[in-house]
Design a protein around this ligand. Structure first.
Ligand code: SF4
Length: 447
């Protein structure tokens, strides 16, 4: 039996695709290897959304080349967004790479493997943009799992490469999604995170009478599903119907990731985000009012072309005003082929670093303040297992997606749901005590 090593860069969509890739290899009799040295195949599932992960892929390929020099039968495959962009050029630049497949070609991997195993080099980056059909695939699902409901994006934010490497926005039929969700729940999954670049526009290309809120109601009916999450929502498409569904559906967790990117309207306009800070703020405040205790997170880009100090200050004000529980912030880096790559990248690297550090420091104070507020409260925790730092301590996440490590007098298993009283707030996590004498399979909002 052969072995395959898969390294995943970037977003949850890539993680999901890596599980699909592993499943195809499993069907061929390959098992998973934790290191490339012991493997017969190495797959890099790549990300090109920023410059840094792109560079990491290139250096990783260099490491794999050394293994191939020692073992010429070792095969190297490049998948994902960098593969989509580079295609056949990759095979020319790196002749020791055996195949390059784009984001949509994962569904054709079986045929590609046949060719690669017979010694051919393959490049397949075709995007058909017709429909999105993914057969439910076997996987070792733990307590939580990702489920792709759509792919691609039609928004063309000026800095973003996704519409070029993932294609147009296409939704999966609801019956396929429900079947996969049922499979996951029957395999023991308690929490499902629905994935799409812009889940709010789910269903637009389908013949069915469906939209994202309707899909959420359908998935919620699956018996045994305890928690439902979704990423990512675009602020311009975040609707009242979706907010009502979030309020009504018990399994939907009190967590919303709604990327703002900048607090300055002129920068939002240059980013082609199609909303203003005020309209964004209104939606968030309404959400916080209607779903008490919800944790909100966001993405920010600092140093976008033309961002002045005053524009940057508006992003800091937005952090303070919205009070996000967590934020993912990045320095702007031009992505070749996007509209913003034509703008003058006017902010020096040093200044981008200063702004990033400043923003992260401001956010760190806000996160500390919000985490302190959990002390004394009881959180519903989905147990993931033992803490990595201490085997006597359990670890899991609350409904707000925050890690909670805790003591327990009773023995617990991954997938158990317990009530934990928070006693301490750490920098990015919470600590507490299991207050149930026995394992609880319940849901705080249903109590
Ligand atoms: S909404 Fe904008 S940032 Fe998000 S994937 Fe689409 S183009 Fe990229």
């Amino acid at each position: 039996m052969g072995k395959v090593y898969i390294k995943t860069f970037g977003c949850q969509m890539n993680e999901y695709d890596s599980q699909r890739i592993l499943s195809v290899f499993n069907n061929y009799g390959f098992s998973k290897s934790e290191t490339p040295q012991n493997a017969d195949f190495a797959i890099l599932n790549t990300c090109s959304v920023r410059e840094k992960p792109h560079h990491k892929v290139v250096s990783e390929i260099g490491r794999l080349k050394k293994i191939k020099n020692r073992n010429p039968s070792f095969k190297i495959g490049i998948c994902g967004c960098v593969a989509q962009q580079e295609g056949e050029k990759f095979l020319k630049h790196y002749p020791y790479v055996d195949f390059v497949i784009g984001t949509e070609a994962v569904s054709r991997l079986e045929n590609i493997l046949d060719l690669v195993l017979s010694g051919e080099k393959v490049s397949d980056i075709e995007i058909k943009d017709e429909n999105l059909s993914i057969d439910t695939f076997t996987r070792h699902a733990g307590t939580s799992a990702f489920l792709t409901i759509m792919k691609g994006c039609n928004n063309y934010c000026s800095y973003c490469i996704v519409p070029y490497v993932r294609g147009r926005e296409i939704s999966r039929k609801s019956n396929e999604i429900i079947n996969e969700a049922k499979y996951l729940v029957h395999s023991g999954v308690k929490e499902i995170t629905l994935l799409g670049q812009n889940v709010n526009s789910y269903g637009k290309n389908l013949d069915e009478n469906i939209n994202f809120p309707k899909l959420l109601y359908m998935i919620n009916k699956i018996e045994g599903l305890q928690r439902l999450r979704f990423v990512t929502s675009h602020p311009k498409d975040f609707s009242d119907d979706l907010l009502s569904a979030m309020k009504d559906i018990d399994s939907i967790c009190e967590y919303l990731h709604l990327p703002l990117q900048s607090g300055a309207d002129n920068i939002l306009k240059k980013m082609n985000r199609k909303y203003t800070y005020e309209s964004y703020k209104e939606k968030i405040l309404k959400t916080k009012e209607q779903i008490p205790g919800i944790a909100v997170s966001s993405d920010f880009i600092v140093g976008f072309p033309g961002e002045t100090e005053a524009d940057f200050e508006k992003s800091l004000s937005a952090l303070r005003e919205i009070e996000y529980e967590s934020v993912f912030a990045f320095k702007y880096s031009p992505r070749p082929g996007t509209t913003a790559a034509e703008f003058e990248d006017s902010i020096p690297e040093e200044e981008k670093n200063r702004r990033l550090n400043k923003l992260l420091n401001v956010q760190s104070e806000i996160t500390s303040k919000l985490l302190e507020q959990y002390i004394g409260k009881v959180c519903e925790v989905l147990v993931e297992g033992k803490s990595k730092m201490d085997v006597d301590i359990y670890s899991g996440r609350n409904r707000q997606n925050r890690i909670i490590n805790f003591n327990s007098n009773v023995s617990l298993n991954p997938g158990d749901i317990v009530n934990v009283k928070v006693t301490e707030a750490k920098k990015n996590s919470l600590f507490g005590t299991n207050i149930n004498e026995f394992t609880l399979i319940t849901n705080n909002r249903r109590q």
